[in-house]
Design a protein around this ligand. Sequence first.
Ligand SMILES: Cc1ncc(COP(=O)(O)O)c(C=O)c1O
Length: 399
Amino acid sequence: MPNGRASGLIDLRSDTVTQPSPAMRRAMYEAELGDDVFGDDPTVNALQERAAELLGKEAALFVASGSMANLVSQLGHLGRGQETIAGASTHIVEDEQAGHAVVVGTSVRQMRENPDGTFDLDELGEAFRDPTDPHQPITGLVTIENTHAHSMGQPLSLEYTRRVSRIAHDHGVPLHVDGARFFNAAIALGVTPRELAEPADSVAFCLSKGLACPIGSMVVGSREFVHRAWRGRKLVGGGMRQVGVLAAAGLVALGSGPNGTGSDAMIERLAEDHANARRLAEGLAELPGIESAGGIAQPQSGPLDPRRVTTNFVIFRVRRDRAAFLDALAAHGVLFVEYDHGTIRAVTHYGVTAADVDRVIDAAAAALTATATAPAPATAQAATTAPGHSTRRPGAIDG
Ligand SMILES: Cc1ncc(COP(=O)(O)O)c(C=O)c1O
């Protein structure tokens, strides 16, 4: 089934659960292939050229995942003993097994983040190390995450990105954007991907999230930087061979028009996901028992505020036993996922329609009713959890 609904479930755990579109499957079947470690795969080469063109950079590299994209970007920018400035909740800090330390040999200076996903720029200015002091590491990179996941997927504006870039460059340091959902940000902000990428020295974006490809991420930047990232990719075992079979889906997703347009392209349609997420939040906000996530996702307590939803993430709390609620929801054919600090996350994506969202709201109402008095007994939970679909965060649901 093209929208991945063979199971009959509406799966909102992440936008990573999407299935490739029919056009992607056809392109994958028909892709011209070669050995990409020799640079011979024409489909990979075309995808890399397309990604670079779309973001207005000199070069691009196809890698296996968003984590690998961030890792090889760090390898491309940093030397051992250097330090990266990054948001405390971001994927690079929280969800990549400290690859910066284990593989790159660097430290991270964690920044406090505002509810709109930004840093305080004065605090950013103070986070750079003193290179004349031999006690200190040398700041070698600033990273931002756009969209910013833990603030309910807020898009970071072009103006903010420019200001961060200016501060980084004033200190002689490059800016890397972890843009796992970079196109969601561009669409939400109404700017072109090229404009949003312009202040950054490198951008990593995922093909396998909102763009619905089965696998892969891209790293874009200058030719020199991408060459270093390419060496880094080989170091971490990411040299792939006839991988055009996967790159073909990415080429479809990125379309052929200047801003990622094209009949089967996946970028412009992200606006539907954003509208569906808002619709979902509006419905959930009406339900007694659904509450603010707190923290930077929604600082004000009280009901879920749908205005916090500006891209495809909805994050909230339930006044229930969380696991029991998620199991009851799964019994109604809907999957959400446990998120950080006791919250729950739902993510809209390709294959989920506005009618599905209405079904999800009904299912959430039923699950709240079913769990109103006491947590479901263990046996009932086991019986109602959809087989093979974990709604638990352990097991690395960080997508
Ligand atoms: C902001 C961000 N960066 C990077 C990644 C890593 O992507 P992957 O799961 O493909 O390694 C994720 C995954 O969820 C993410 O949300």
